[in-house]
Design a protein around this ligand. Structure first.
Ligand code: ZN
Length: 381
């Protein structure tokens, strides 16, 4: 068999299958076809990954990539080479009003995989506030119809639950979003921030498989961690199967809050960046940077890779297709290198910690094709 690409000699770390060994990964027709030692030479392309980690392509559960149609979006293809991230979950940048444009003009032509969560507010994130204060935008029927017409793409519903955005609407957006999620049988991702509504009121509405994002937010000091302690409602929600995502962003990751939560045995269920125009150049940067921060806080490498691949893939119901190097899965692959040195990284409170090691992406492979910045330059000509 002639392979499209063989990635040779790296430490293959695939938490979904438990594989952790030096091996070659062979790809044909965009699929993983073999993972074993010393696969023969018959390959169109080969990549020497000796000394590197070979993991499933990273699944970033919280990004904003509806470029050109919102106040904060990036163009995913432009940031993907060198990121390790092959699946960019767009966390509610589009709502029912503007989802068709997202689909036709960005998701379908993109080289990377964009998985949208539909904002329950019809205009999505076209503006920072205002739109979310208008209760008439929480149109359950429009959201339901949009999901039904795009079931092949949309993997969840997104809602903002922060007084900064929703004004006096308190729990109404969360209630409408939960109703839509129930009707379409998909999970709900809830952005938490400055109350009202308070987390204590939001969590009882959340169902098993629903996702809280911005778990380690500092600033307001009254979210998952309150007064240095993980809130009892958060423990209770986790017990019921509610999931807690990082969603670093520009204002939602505090070294102190993360450390307090971890010390009390409250690790994240997924690692995500919330990359947008205000966080991609720091403090979030990208998946490898947020993963490095979680390593620095003491989680081990296989667990950090799991929280960045198979765990988010399962939260999207996509675990057979992405987040694994199982034979037959889509050949989305990341080749990562662990560097040792001194790497100062800031949280969202302006606090710098000195990391002694970090992960960087050497190669990002989407459906068997290495992503290269040069391809973008050619496209622009
Ligand atoms: Zn976000």
């Amino acid at each position: 068999m002639r392979y499209q690409l063989v990635i040779r000699g790296g430490r293959v770390l695939d938490p979904a299958t438990g594989r952790d060994e030096v091996a070659d990964v062979a790809i044909a027709a965009g699929r993983i076809v073999r993972v074993e030692a010393a696969i023969g030479d018959d390959a169109e392309r080969a990549f020497d990954a000796r000394g590197c980690l070979v993991t499933p392509g990273l699944v970033d559960l919280h990004t904003h990539v509806y470029w050109g149609s919102s106040y904060l979006s990036l163009e995913a293809d432009r940031h993907a080479p060198g990121s390790g991230t092959t699946t960019w979950v767009d966390a509610g940048t589009a709502g029912a009003n503007n989802f068709p444009g997202f689909r036709r003009f960005l998701i379908e032509p993109a080289t990377v995989r964009i998985v949208p969560l539909l904002n329950v507010s019809s205009p999505g994130l076209t503006a920072y506030s205002g739109a979310h204060e208008n209760v008439r935008h929480y149109d359950a029927d429009a959201a339901y119809d949009t999901v039904q017409a795009n079931r092949d793409l949309i993997k969840g519903i997104k809602v903002l639950a922060s007084g900064l955005q929703v004004g006096a609407n308190d729990l109404t957006p969360v209630r409408v979003a939960r109703e839509v999620a129930e009707a379409v049988g998909l999970p709900l991702m809830c952005h938490i921030g400055v109350p009202p509504p308070g987390l204590w009121a939001i969590l009882p509405i959340m169902r098993p498989g629903d996702i809280i994002t911005h778990t380690y937010k500092g600033r307001t000091g009254c979210l998952v961690v309150a007064g240095g302690r993980v809130r009892s409602e958060a423990w209770e929600a986790r017990e019921r199967g509610v999931l807690f995502d990082i969603g670093h962003g520009s204002g939602s990751f505090s070294w102190q809050v993360a450390r307090q939560a971890l010390e009390q045995g409250f690790p994240p269920d997924s690692i995500s960046t919330d990359v947008h125009t205000g966080s991609i150049n720091g403090p979030a940067f990208g998946m490898t940077s947020v993963m490095s921060k979680v390593l620095h806080l003491g989680l081990d490498l296989p667990e950090v890779v799991r929280l960045s691949t198979s765990a988010p893939a399962a939260m999207l119901g996509m675990q057979d297709e992405i987040g694994t190097l199982r034979e037959g899965a889509c050949a989305d692959v990341a080749v990562l290198r662990e560097e040792e040195g001194e790497f100062p990284l800031k949280d969202c409170e302006g606090v710098t910690e000195l990391l002694r090691r970090r992960l960087v992406a050497e190669l990002t492979v989407r459906a068997g094709v290495p992503l290269e910045a040069a391809d973008l330059a050619r496209r622009d000509e």
